[in-house]
Ligand binder design. Structure first.
Ligand SMILES: *Cc1c(COP(=O)(O)O)cnc(C)c1O
Length: 241
């Protein structure tokens, strides 16, 4: 009998393959980032066992605790959450990708703090394509200036753009947001961008149809998340055991 995580991985992989085919894209052109926030290290280990190698985390202390437990696993760690400036040092040292850069100050700290023995940190610039005042992400009008500035930082490699659009069930609206991000990336030719980080559990098909190269999928792989304020975390944000 297949375990639940194996079934869910198969299902999500099939959804990605189908969307790639529908878009006329090569199989394997979209990378699956398993978003493991609020999930225990055991859940990551189970997904790893079925071949998943890249994981996304939103909370630094929680991520570090899991990284320590899984230190002997060959995992690519992606930081995808909001970044506080007092956390940049840990993020720069412990992740190979950061998807949520939306301010120069944060990018500069990440570059300064990236350890010399590691390759440059891969970053995506988070863009607010829906224009909501409350959402994180740089406004489309300010994107080019920010990318130009960040591209000069020696220890970062700007790989592409990321977005979390306003949720909607209408696939046309989902696609319109993702198309905005793709077109913004196309206007940035000359920066060598190769990554569009877009699409989550409920909208990955729309994202793949619009050119996503990385989907960030949590609940479709690990099941519904406990709300963070009710999850079992200690004061430092590390999971209890
Ligand atoms: C939680 C989260 C996801 C995954 O969301 P699901 O709807 O559970 O797939 C993706 N991206 C970011 C930035 C997230 O915070």
């Amino acid at each position: 009998m297949r375990s639940q995580i194996q079934q869910r991985l198969d299902t999500v992989r099939a959804r990605i393959r189908q969307a790639e085919a529908a878009a006329g894209r090569c199989p394997g052109s979209v990378r699956l980032i398993a978003v493991s926030k609020t999930q225990p290290a055991d859940a990551i280990a189970a997904a790893y066992y079925y071949g998943q190698r890249e994981f996304g985390e939103n909370y630094v202390q929680e991520a570090l605790a899991k990284q320590e437990k899984l230190a002997h696993y060959d995992i690519g760690w992606h930081f995808i959450g909001p970044i506080q400036s007092n956390k940049t040092k840990l993020i720069a040292a412990r992740f190979s990708w950061v998807h949520s850069v939306d301010r120069f100050k944060i990018a500069e700290r990440l570059s300064d703090q990236r350890p010399k023995e590691l390759p440059p940190l891969n970053v995506c610039i988070q863009v607010n394509v829906s224009g909501e005042a409350t959402k994180s992400g740089v406004a489309l009008e300010e994107l080019k200036g920010l990318v130009e500035a960040i591209a000069e930082l020696p220890r970062l490699r700007v790989r592409g753009l990321m977005t979390i659009p306003a949720p909607t069930d209408a696939i046309d609206l989902q696609r319109a947001s993702f198309r905005n991000l793709r077109q913004a990336a196309e206007r940035l030719d000359g920066f060598g961008l190769d990554t569009l980080s877009m699409g989550m559990s409920d909208d990955l098909e729309a994202a793949v149809l619009e050119g996503s190269t990385m989907v960030r999928v949590g609940s479709a792989l690990f099941g519904p998340r406990p709300r963070r304020d009710t999850a079992v975390f200690d004061a430092e944000g590390a999971p209890h055991h």
